[in-house]
Design a protein around this ligand. Structure first.
Ligand code: NAI
Ligand code: MG
Length: 331
């Protein structure tokens, strides 16, 4: 990885992303960094949440780092979520969301799973309309090509971590066409690649219960877009919450690292933003896109060592700064 497109976005994106850039520059001294804009403030300035120039810079670099963006919770004419636009325009069809136990801050030890969320369709295709004044309709699209591309990513992750188990979570009992197509296309690719013995299935509601009851039983958990969004937020409780939850949007030869959290308007400017989710997202970028697992491990080991030594202290309004210094000095 020699070029990186940095998109801080809105809110605490501007606070956590500089920490990650500093860490990456320590690990990769020759890294060239270009910045680009996206998000709600960008929309208010330019009338677009993702300008064409940002897409060009991302394509040019192949690797990106995204902070967080704000989105209005009501319909705003002409506005489309920046992260959804980036995922779709750049073909980032898989979202990796690892969940693991960390020293001190995790409520339980022994958890190490990765949730793979299909990132391009499902209920996120954005096709909603009012059928009448009292009936709102949202379309859920599941297509064989998207599922097959997603399943190819499941295989890569399973190989990378020598998976003992691959769980497909769906709701094919209620949604036999959409969830059925998802399950069958994934199963077919996994079988063709020799992983059929490791594959099992869960209805998504049962998977949610088991993520609470027996999280250590999961290894690779793969599911559709909305289910993955919800299950991964639930599961990140075990890592220590949203401030500890990383993700990677991953496509063919292109990837965008992104902490799971949003722009956190309630703490923006207070110095309380935890940069670890963003730092661990960069580790995913190094491991899966950059093919530099040793650098990813160095970054994760620094986070682990910092947490083990820091204990459960509340860093209050110096959180960002103390964690940044603590992790970067251990690299
Ligand atoms: P949020 O993730 O921004 O915040 C939820 C809670 O977690 C808040 O109390 C916040 O202070 C805390 N939190 C989040 N990240 C943290 C960190 N790094 N360190 C310490 N505490 C942290 O989600 P919320 O409040 O639902 O949404 C706020 C805005 O962010 C909305 O406009 C929403 O649309 C947007 N959003 C954007 C996402 C993205 O960019 N991918 C994802 C989720 C929300
Ligand atoms: Mg979410």
């Amino acid at each position: 990885m020699n070029r990186l497109c940095v998109i801080p976005g809105d809110g605490i994106g501007h606070e956590v992303i500089p920490v990650v850039v500093a860490a990456l520059q320590r690990l990769l001294p020759a890294l060239q960094v270009v910045t680009a804009e996206a998000g709600w403030e960008c929309f208010q300035r330019n009338g677009r949440s993702v300008p064409e120039q940002t897409l060009e810079r991302m394509r040019d670099c192949g690797a990106g780092l995204f902070g967080a963006v704000s989105s209005p919770a009501r319909k705003v004419e002409g506005y489309r979520s920046a992260i959804l636009t980036l995922r779709q325009a750049l073909g980032l069809n898989c979202n990796l969301r690892p969940v693991r136990s960390w020293p001190v801050i995790s409520p339980r030890s022994g958890i190490d799973m990765i949730i793979l969320r299909e990132n391009s369709e499902g209920l996120y295709v954005g096709r909603e309309h009012m059928q009448s004044e009292d009936i709102a309709i949202a379309e859920r699209q599941i297509s064989r090509p998207a599922c097959e591309q997603f399943a190819a990513r499941i295989v890569e992750v399973a190989e990378q971590r020598s998976a003992r188990r691959i769980t497909l979570a769906h709701k094919a009992n209620v949604l036999p066409l959409t969830c059925g197509l998802f399950r069958d296309s994934c199963r077919q690719v996994l079988a063709e690649c020799g992983w059929d013995a490791q594959v099992d299935e869960r209805l998504v509601d049962v998977a949610a219960l088991q993520l609470v009851e027996s999280p250590e039983s999961f290894d690779v958990l793969a599911t559709t877009n909305l289910f993955g969004d919800i299950l991964s937020d639930l599961a990140c409780y075990w890592s220590g919450g949203l401030g500890m939850a990383p993700s990677l949007n991953w496509g063919q030869g292109i990837a965008l690292a992104e902490p799971v959290h949003g722009s956190a308007p309630d703490i923006v400017g207070t110095g309380r933003a935890n940069p670890i989710a963003a730092l661990l997202s960069a580790a995913l970028l190094l491991r899966y896109h950059g093919q530099q697992p040793e650098l990813a491990e160095r970054l994760e080991a620094s986070v682990e060592a910092f947490l083990a030594e820091a204990g459960s202290v509340d860093f209050a309004d110096r959180t960002t700064e103390i964690i940044a210094d603590g992790v970067i000095s251990r690299l």
